[in-house]
Design a protein around this ligand. Sequence first.
Ligand code: AMP
Length: 411
Amino acid sequence: MILKPKGTYDVYGEDAKKYRFIESLINDYMSLMNAGFIRTPIFEASELIHRSVGDESDIVSKETYDFLDRKGRSLTLRPEATASVVRSLIENKLYANTADAIKYYYFGTMYRYERPQSGRNREFTQFGLEVFNCNTILSDVEVISCGYDILSALGIECTVYINCLGDSETRERYTTAIKEYLAPHIDELCDDCKARFLKNPLRILDCKVDAGSEIFKNMPVITDYLTDESKSKFEELKNFLIHMDVDFEIDTSIVRGLDYYNDFVYEYKASDGLALGGGGRYDTLVSKLGGPSINACGFALGIERLMMNMNTNIDEDIFDAYILAVSPEEKLQALKLVNMLRLSGFKVSMSLNDASLKSQFKYADKLNSKFLIILNDDDLKLGLINIKDNILKTEEKIDEYDILEYFFENL
Ligand code: AMP
């Protein structure tokens, strides 16, 4: 038997119901906020991922699936989709200057070579919202509350942990502080961090290896180095979030890749601390990837983590009708009825096998079907159809031409 690759999973049964429920709730919510759906390739030029996510990041240095195609081009399975959306924005010139922000959302699989464990897979699904041409804090507030509201709508309690990375001056000040602080401890850092110290010191804050160490505990925090302008922006954001009833806390340990984000970064966490998603503002990424200078912010949620935390019961589907037929003539008529009713939007099915009437009744019950349409040759000759209402427990014969009207009236 050939098994699925390590770190991947199949979605079926109850999980499939949750997956589709989440997807459809997100689609509905996105159209309410005027966000357009965007689908980008699952693989991209490696350079795009490496340049945007950052060569020194854990994702690029340890977790990407890189491969050469048959012509020797270096490609990467996307570990996240922001870079792809930004590439598409630039390539397709989707950034016309409008009075309002431009909003795109995606829903799709991502690939990271991580150690698989509960809630951590090598193939996983993210929904993300990216907002461009957004030059006020209102967009950060809308984006943060959008993720929060979607989680609430799914019945998931969460807190948003927020940090402020400030402007470029803030980060320059902070880089100097980090370097001064870490210089005497350089030998105690992991090998990756030693390299980061020279190339990109702020990336050290992302390190998962050194995260719990004493050195990290006493590390300077970025909010102590904010410029006055960044400080007042942060205050403004907090006030807006209070106004919007978003449950949030400040967490200065959240950095999420400091050479990618500026101003605000945040993570949505469940009450047990599990990260459900995260995001931030990334005003320089579009120009860094060759586009015009356009402000941007966005977030992504991990769909599998939402499925793990969802308590909402997905309502058992009520099927509209199951058609029972045994003889070849009955089956032919059933097929026609199934087709006609489905085209009018009703959920209808019939047995495609040679099954006894008894087992068809059993299956209709299992399907939770409201109506049973029981065909028999004698009734059909008279143009009649026998309908049983499985909920009201009534049964009647109607003219075959009245069936659609009957369904519209009774469903
Ligand atoms: P990130 O951009 O890495 O913060 O990812 C955003 C969200 O995607 C996380 O908060 C998780 O919910 C989800 N996620 C990230 N990596 C994985 C993974 N390997 N397996 C499952 N979900 C993940």
